[in-house]
Design a protein around this ligand. Structure first.
Ligand SMILES: Cc1cc2nc3c(=O)[nH]c(=O)nc-3n(C[C@H](O)[C@H](O)[C@H](O)COP(=O)(O)OP(=O)(O)OC[C@H]3O[C@@H](n4cnc5c(N)ncnc54)[C@H](O)[C@@H]3O)c2cc1C
Length: 374
């Protein structure tokens, strides 16, 4: 692939590659940020297929297995995947969060070691940030990694770790200095999930699936070369990761949203006044979000607004869709799954309340929330 291929030419090639992969049965249907266990085999195949055909890691350097193109080409890839409704990558945790963090903060050795195997799906990643007592208040995390010569000894517990039951590596935040203020004294590790002392317990969700897990650490020895960035500087590394997580799908998200809204509008026939009004409100909110993302997509200031609008819209859509289907929605259908899944989207990646706080403080300039723990 030539390094300077024009975006429109790249778009044509991407669309053709995806179309052929759908026809040959190699592509995997879109599923969002987290790989659902039911699509594990298909998604693994699709990631490997993309790598082998040189269609993985669009904007990652060629020396690490990527295509060596630019971020706008990656946006085009995501857009074409959204149009065709196929997954743009195996999972967000690896192909975006871990991968971009290593590209930004990794040593040359870490880039060589992790990036190509991630694109080739030999390493599936999970994200080990949240703990039972540290979610919204992530800086309150208690899992400790105590320096001991050329290793760190890890003890503690993580929770809600998506895909941890499949993962070979995890991006981990752990406290390395208890005497520092809570945002300091945290380090960021690339954790080998096969190390002795790690126990992964999948959590059964109300959808019936187990997408996320509890992960326990009991005297796990982490080699010091798995530290990403400097010791005690993990908060900065993690904040960039969270920005990637909340940045969302940008223009590809707009395409998916437009498709969802069109489908809703087309499927809704013979509605009573109350349901027609609910539908109209949702379609209007969807249009507003679409316009916002078209105008300001990629602007970090707008990320919490888009995240809030998107997860609340998804929740209300799921409620309305199920009420349009009536009792059938309680049976096994896509709308049942969406109904049961959508509350989680108001929590994952930062809850709606937290997005409102961020909007209040950073965009509207309101006084800062009281922080009882500080
Ligand atoms: C589907 C899903 C996948 C996830 N995947 C991962 C993963 O892979 N890795 C990972 O590390 N984590 C993951 N998480 C965890 C997620 O990041 C946390 O659930 C989230 O940050 C909220 O933290 P918490 O659950 O501890 O809730 P808490 O922080 O305890 O919050 C409980 C309630 O209080 C509200 N609240 C808290 N603080 C404030 C405040 N200051 N002002 C107003 N309201 C407040 C919250 O909005 C929430 O309603 C996932 C979560 C979900 C739902």
């Amino acid at each position: 692939m030539a390094e300077v291929i024009a975006l429109n030419e790249f778009r044509v090639q991407a669309a053709e590659f995806i179309r052929d992969a759908i026809d040959s049965g190699d592509a995997c249907p879109a599923y969002g940020a987290i790989l659902p266990p039911s699509l594990y085999e298909r998604a693994m195949h699709w990631q490997r297929f993309c790598f082998e055909k040189n269609w993985a890691g669009v904007h990652w350097p060629i020396q690490y297995g990527g295509m060596g193109l630019n971020p706008p080409h990656n946006v085009v890839w995501h857009e074409e995947c959204a149009v065709a409704e196929v997954a743009p990558y195996l999972n967000l945790q690896g192909l975006v969060l871990a991968g971009e963090a290593i590209l930004r903060s990794g040593t040359e050795e870490q880039k060589e070691r992790f990036l190509r195997p991630t694109l080739r799906n030999e390493i599936l990643w999970c994200q080990l940030f949240s703990e039972p007592g540290a979610g919204s208040d992530l800086a309150g995390l208690q899992t400790s990694a105590v320096s001991d010569g050329d290793q760190f000894i890890l003890n503690g517990q993580k929770v809600w770790s998506s895909n941890a039951q499949f993962a070979q590596f995890g991006i981990l935040m752990a406290r390395t200095d208890n005497n520092q203020p809570k945002h300091k004294g945290i380090s960021f590790f690339l954790l080998d999930m096969t190390l002795e002392g790690i126990e992964v317990r999948p959590i059964k969700q109300m959808t019936g699936d187990s997408e996320f897990c509890e992960v326990f650490f009991d005297d796990v020895s982490i080699p010091a070369d798995c530290l990403l960035g400097e010791v005690n500087q993990g908060w900065g590394v993690a904040m960039a990761v969270l920005e990637d997580e909340r940045g969302g799908a940008g223009s590809a998200g707009v395409i998916s949203l437009r498709k969802r809204l069109e489908l809703m509008a087309n499927n809704a026939t013979a509605l009573d006044t109350v349901k027609a009004e609910r539908l109209t409100r949702i379609l209007n909110r969807g249009k507003a979000l679409q316009s916002l993302m078209e105008r300001r997509g990629g602007d970090p200031l707008i990320a919490p607004v888009a995240k809030l609008m998107n997860s609340e819209l998804g929740y209300d859509e799921a409620q309305l869709n199920s009420s349009l289907q009536g009792a059938d929605a309680m049976l096994n259908s896509t709308s049942t799954e969406n109904l049961l899944y959508s509350p989680g989207m108001r929590i994952a990646g930062g809850s709606s309340e937290i997005q409102r706080n961020i909007i209040g403080e950073r965009i509207l300039g309101l006084p800062r929330e009281p922080q009882p723990s500080e």
